[in-house]
Ligand binder design. Structure first.
Ligand code: ADP
Length: 188
Protein backbone atom coordinates (compact mmCIF):
# COMPACT_ATOMS: atom_id res chain seq x y z
CA UNK A 1 0.00 0.00 0.00
CA UNK A 2 1.40 3.37 -1.01
CA UNK A 3 -0.09 6.45 0.49
CA UNK A 4 0.44 10.09 1.26
CA UNK A 5 -0.69 11.85 4.41
CA UNK A 6 -1.34 15.49 3.70
CA UNK A 7 -2.06 18.26 6.15
CA UNK A 8 -0.63 21.46 7.57
CA UNK A 9 2.06 21.37 10.28
CA UNK A 10 0.41 20.10 13.44
CA UNK A 11 -2.41 18.26 11.64
CA UNK A 12 -1.49 14.92 13.19
CA UNK A 13 0.23 13.26 10.25
CA UNK A 14 3.03 11.80 12.36
CA UNK A 15 0.63 10.44 14.98
CA UNK A 16 -1.58 8.78 12.40
CA UNK A 17 1.41 7.49 10.43
CA UNK A 18 2.56 5.62 13.55
CA UNK A 19 -0.78 3.81 13.73
CA UNK A 20 -0.63 2.88 10.06
CA UNK A 21 2.97 1.65 10.37
CA UNK A 22 2.07 -0.79 13.12
CA UNK A 23 -1.20 -1.91 11.54
CA UNK A 24 -0.14 -2.31 7.91
CA UNK A 25 3.58 -2.96 8.38
CA UNK A 26 4.81 -0.41 5.89
CA UNK A 27 7.43 2.25 6.74
CA UNK A 28 6.71 5.91 7.40
CA UNK A 29 8.88 8.17 5.30
CA UNK A 30 8.94 11.57 7.00
CA UNK A 31 11.08 14.11 5.21
CA UNK A 32 11.00 16.25 8.38
CA UNK A 33 12.43 13.38 10.46
CA UNK A 34 15.07 12.59 7.83
CA UNK A 35 16.14 16.22 7.58
CA UNK A 36 16.25 16.59 11.38
CA UNK A 37 18.45 13.49 11.55
CA UNK A 38 20.82 15.07 9.02
CA UNK A 39 20.94 18.27 11.08
CA UNK A 40 21.61 16.32 14.29
CA UNK A 41 24.38 14.31 12.60
CA UNK A 42 25.86 17.53 11.17
CA UNK A 43 26.18 16.06 7.71
CA UNK A 44 26.81 18.36 4.74
CA UNK A 45 23.09 18.20 3.99
CA UNK A 46 22.25 18.93 7.63
CA UNK A 47 24.44 22.02 7.70
CA UNK A 48 22.87 23.19 4.45
CA UNK A 49 19.28 22.95 5.73
CA UNK A 50 19.66 23.80 9.44
CA UNK A 51 18.87 27.52 9.27
CA UNK A 52 16.18 27.10 6.63
CA UNK A 53 14.36 24.62 8.83
CA UNK A 54 14.77 26.69 11.98
CA UNK A 55 13.01 29.58 10.23
CA UNK A 56 10.17 27.31 9.16
CA UNK A 57 10.92 27.70 5.46
CA UNK A 58 10.84 24.86 2.98
CA UNK A 59 14.15 23.32 2.00
CA UNK A 60 14.74 23.13 -1.75
CA UNK A 61 12.65 20.75 -3.83
CA UNK A 62 15.77 19.09 -5.27
CA UNK A 63 16.92 18.07 -1.81
CA UNK A 64 13.68 16.45 -0.66
CA UNK A 65 12.99 14.87 -4.06
CA UNK A 66 16.49 13.35 -3.96
CA UNK A 67 15.95 12.00 -0.45
CA UNK A 68 12.58 10.46 -1.31
CA UNK A 69 13.75 9.03 -4.61
CA UNK A 70 16.53 7.16 -2.84
CA UNK A 71 14.36 6.12 0.09
CA UNK A 72 11.45 4.60 -1.83
CA UNK A 73 13.89 2.41 -3.74
CA UNK A 74 15.03 0.70 -0.52
CA UNK A 75 13.95 -2.90 0.04
CA UNK A 76 11.73 -2.12 3.04
CA UNK A 77 9.50 -0.07 0.73
CA UNK A 78 8.80 -3.02 -1.58
CA UNK A 79 5.32 -3.54 -0.09
CA UNK A 80 4.53 0.12 0.23
CA UNK A 81 5.16 3.23 2.28
CA UNK A 82 3.52 6.22 3.91
CA UNK A 83 4.76 9.61 2.83
CA UNK A 84 4.51 12.13 5.66
CA UNK A 85 5.53 15.70 4.90
CA UNK A 86 6.19 15.07 1.22
CA UNK A 87 5.12 16.33 -1.26
CA UNK A 88 4.61 19.78 0.24
CA UNK A 89 4.12 21.76 -2.96
CA UNK A 90 2.97 21.09 -6.52
CA UNK A 91 6.48 20.81 -8.08
CA UNK A 92 7.29 18.12 -5.50
CA UNK A 93 4.00 16.35 -6.29
CA UNK A 94 4.78 16.42 -10.01
CA UNK A 95 8.30 15.12 -9.39
CA UNK A 96 6.81 12.29 -7.32
CA UNK A 97 4.36 11.46 -10.11
CA UNK A 98 7.29 11.15 -12.53
CA UNK A 99 9.30 9.07 -10.06
CA UNK A 100 6.44 6.62 -9.53
CA UNK A 101 5.86 6.27 -13.27
CA UNK A 102 9.57 5.57 -13.72
CA UNK A 103 9.39 2.87 -11.04
CA UNK A 104 6.15 1.55 -12.49
CA UNK A 105 4.22 1.90 -9.24
CA UNK A 106 1.17 3.94 -8.26
CA UNK A 107 -0.27 5.61 -5.17
CA UNK A 108 -3.26 3.91 -3.56
CA UNK A 109 -4.51 6.89 -1.60
CA UNK A 110 -3.83 10.45 -0.61
CA UNK A 111 -5.42 11.30 2.73
CA UNK A 112 -5.73 14.92 3.78
CA UNK A 113 -6.18 15.78 7.43
CA UNK A 114 -8.14 19.03 7.46
CA UNK A 115 -7.58 21.24 10.50
CA UNK A 116 -8.52 24.88 11.15
CA UNK A 117 -5.47 27.16 11.05
CA UNK A 118 -6.35 28.79 14.40
CA UNK A 119 -5.88 25.61 16.39
CA UNK A 120 -2.60 24.54 14.78
CA UNK A 121 -0.33 26.91 16.73
CA UNK A 122 -1.73 25.66 20.05
CA UNK A 123 -1.35 22.04 18.99
CA UNK A 124 2.28 22.50 17.97
CA UNK A 125 3.12 24.41 21.15
CA UNK A 126 1.50 21.67 23.20
CA UNK A 127 3.40 18.96 21.32
CA UNK A 128 6.64 20.90 21.90
CA UNK A 129 5.93 21.21 25.62
CA UNK A 130 5.38 17.46 25.91
CA UNK A 131 8.36 16.46 23.76
CA UNK A 132 11.74 15.56 25.22
CA UNK A 133 13.53 16.84 22.11
CA UNK A 134 13.40 20.58 21.48
CA UNK A 135 12.90 21.58 17.85
CA UNK A 136 14.55 24.74 16.55
CA UNK A 137 11.39 25.55 14.59
CA UNK A 138 8.99 25.41 17.54
CA UNK A 139 9.21 29.11 18.38
CA UNK A 140 5.88 30.95 17.98
CA UNK A 141 7.28 32.92 14.97
CA UNK A 142 8.59 29.82 13.16
CA UNK A 143 5.37 27.93 13.90
CA UNK A 144 3.26 30.71 12.41
CA UNK A 145 5.61 30.91 9.44
CA UNK A 146 5.43 27.13 8.85
CA UNK A 147 1.65 27.19 8.93
CA UNK A 148 1.59 30.14 6.52
CA UNK A 149 4.03 28.78 3.93
CA UNK A 150 3.15 25.09 4.22
CA UNK A 151 -0.57 25.00 3.49
CA UNK A 152 -1.40 21.75 1.71
CA UNK A 153 -4.26 23.11 -0.42
CA UNK A 154 -2.42 23.24 -3.79
CA UNK A 155 -1.08 19.71 -3.33
CA UNK A 156 -4.54 18.50 -2.30
CA UNK A 157 -5.98 20.08 -5.45
CA UNK A 158 -3.34 18.27 -7.52
CA UNK A 159 -4.39 14.88 -6.14
CA UNK A 160 -8.06 15.85 -6.28
CA UNK A 161 -7.58 16.27 -10.03
CA UNK A 162 -5.98 12.81 -10.15
CA UNK A 163 -9.07 11.47 -8.34
CA UNK A 164 -7.28 9.87 -5.39
CA UNK A 165 -7.77 12.49 -2.67
CA UNK A 166 -9.75 11.63 0.49
CA UNK A 167 -10.37 14.29 3.13
CA UNK A 168 -10.75 13.60 6.83
CA UNK A 169 -11.68 16.00 9.63
CA UNK A 170 -8.39 16.21 11.53
CA UNK A 171 -10.09 17.93 14.47
CA UNK A 172 -11.79 14.72 15.58
CA UNK A 173 -10.08 12.69 18.30
CA UNK A 174 -6.92 10.73 17.44
CA UNK A 175 -8.93 7.48 17.66
CA UNK A 176 -11.73 8.75 15.44
CA UNK A 177 -9.28 9.98 12.79
CA UNK A 178 -7.48 6.67 12.99
CA UNK A 179 -10.73 4.73 12.52
CA UNK A 180 -11.63 6.82 9.48
CA UNK A 181 -8.20 6.23 7.96
CA UNK A 182 -8.53 2.48 8.55
CA UNK A 183 -11.94 2.49 6.87
CA UNK A 184 -10.37 4.06 3.79
CA UNK A 185 -7.32 1.79 3.79
CA UNK A 186 -9.27 -1.42 4.39
CA UNK A 187 -11.11 -0.82 1.12
CA UNK A 188 -7.84 -0.78 -0.80
P1 ADP B 1 5.77 19.56 10.88
O1 ADP B 1 5.91 18.74 12.12
O2 ADP B 1 5.70 21.01 11.14
O3 ADP B 1 4.71 19.07 9.97
P2 ADP B 1 8.04 18.31 9.54
O4 ADP B 1 8.68 17.59 10.65
O5 ADP B 1 7.30 17.48 8.56
O6 ADP B 1 7.12 19.47 10.11
O7 ADP B 1 9.13 19.18 8.72
C1 ADP B 1 9.96 20.08 9.40
C2 ADP B 1 10.68 21.00 8.42
O8 ADP B 1 11.45 20.22 7.49
C3 ADP B 1 9.78 21.87 7.54
O9 ADP B 1 9.38 23.04 8.20
C4 ADP B 1 10.74 22.15 6.36
O10 ADP B 1 11.70 23.11 6.72
C5 ADP B 1 11.46 20.83 6.20
N1 ADP B 1 10.75 19.93 5.26
C6 ADP B 1 10.16 18.74 5.57
N2 ADP B 1 9.60 18.19 4.48
C7 ADP B 1 9.83 19.06 3.45
C8 ADP B 1 9.49 19.08 2.07
N3 ADP B 1 8.78 18.09 1.51
N4 ADP B 1 9.90 20.13 1.32
C9 ADP B 1 10.61 21.11 1.84
N5 ADP B 1 10.95 21.18 3.14
C10 ADP B 1 10.57 20.16 3.94
Amino acid sequence: MRLILLGPPGAGKGTQAEHIVSHYEIPQLSTGDMLRAAVAAQTALGLQVKDIMARGDLVSDDIVIGIISERISASDCANGFILDGFPRNVPQAKALDALLIEKNIALDAVIELVVDTEILVDRILQRAAQSSEARDDDTPEAIRHRIQVQQPAPVATHYGEEGILQKIDGMLSIEEVSTQISTILDKI
